[in-house]
Design a protein around this ligand. Structure first.
Ligand SMILES: NC(=O)c1ccc[n+]([C@@H]2O[C@H](COP(=O)([O-])OP(=O)(O)OC[C@H]3O[C@@H](n4cnc5c(N)ncnc54)[C@H](OP(=O)(O)O)[C@@H]3O)[C@@H](O)[C@H]2O)c1
Length: 288
């Protein structure tokens, strides 16, 4: 096996484990390391090689993929490792500033650094349409793109190392608020004697309507058009109050919905009632 078909994985949580498995499936020679013992047994049984230290794993392959809890976990793991000429691909989720600092840290030690955010759960790793944001060294990305694409469809965002994490966090902003919104709806449903299964078809329809709202409002926001012809902020604020009231009447936690309603009230108080909801972007542009 030549060295371009070898890869090392640091971190064998569910995500790193799925990555190592995807490389084994693709016929790569895989070296694995995890901080604590006991997470590599199945991978070893499939032909992976255990490294005693992260430094040994980095030395074993031209490309090392990191899947740790966060970027900070990289520093103690690679303490003392010779990174000269190595390519580090840190797919641990974190914030853009940490990604930039880590890229500088790696460059100071002679390594090429790519940072990335995986937008799928471990079961999506290794599937060709699974999106993985990547940014950082373009040279390293071009040289090792085939290796990275084993994990999914890498989406290179440019040489600024924070960009991949920025795009990842933008996605997470929408994902977490929407997913928590689903759980909030289930809590209201359950308080009214319904199950999650009862509302799933409606939840799915609501979720599927969102891309249309993104397209419509995104174009208006970029055009700075807040005319509110189709939907006035005042109408939307009334709807948001109805949601809050329905949760309150159900006797459940209203913290998230109260914060949501407060934002819309702020829009009304700022005099935007006759404008579109796109005005909210301006309100959100500064601290409340
Ligand atoms: N799981 C998902 O659905 C998913 C989806 C998208 C993105 N991600 C991202 O993928 C990354 C890994 O996810 P995961 O689910 O595999 O996470 P996880 O279960 O929390 O595993 C974390 C890994 O980081 C290691 N670790 C934690 N602190 C460390 C430290 N101080 N030094 C060295 N190693 C340390 C752990 O080692 P030990 O085993 O020794 O604790 C483990 O290997 C995360 O950044 C996560 O946000 C996960």
């Amino acid at each position: 096996m030549n060295s371009s078909n070898t890869v090392s994985i640091l971190g064998l949580g569910p995500m790193g484990h799925a990555m190592a498995a995807a490389y084994l499936d693709a016929g790569y020679g895989v070296t694995v390391w995890n901080r604590s013992a006991g997470k590599d047994e199945e991978l070893l049984g499939r032909g992976a090689r255990r490294a005693a230290t992260a430094a040994e794993a980095v030395a074993a392959s031209p490309v090392t993929v990191l899947s740790l809890i966060d970027v900070d976990a990289m520093y103690p793991s690679l303490d003392g490792a010779d990174l000269t000429g190595r390519v580090l691909v840190n797919l641990s989720s974190d914030v853009p500033e940490k990604a930039r600092a880590a890229a500088e840290w790696a460059a100071a030690r002679g390594a090429s650094y790519l940072t990335g955010g995986v937008t799928v759960n471990p079961s999506g790793v290794g599937k060709p349409d699974s999106q993985i944001f990547v940014s950082g060294s373009e040279e390293a990305y071009e040289a090792h793109r085939a290796t990275l694409d084993v994990l999914g469809a890498t989406d290179f965002q440019g040489s600024e190392p924070g960009l991949a994490q920025l795009h990842y966090q933008l996605g997470m902003t929408m994902f977490w608020t929407a997913f928590t919104g689903f759980q909030q709806a289930v809590a209201i449903a359950r308080a009214n004697g319904l199950t999650a299964a009862d509302i799933l078809p409606h939840a799915r329809a609501t979720a599927e309507s969102l891309p249309g709202f993104f397209d419509w409002s995104g174009a208006l926001i970029d055009a700075d058009d807040h005319s509110g012809e189709d939907a006035r902020l005042a109408m939307c604020a009334a709807s948001v109050e109805h949601v809050l009231h329905t949760a309150s009447a159900a006797g459940i936690d209203t913290g998230i919905l109260a914060a949501h309603a407060a934002l819309y009230r702020r829009g009304i108080e700022a005099g935007f009632g006759a404008d579109g909801t796109t005005r909210l972007v301006d309100l959100l542009a500064e601290p409340a």
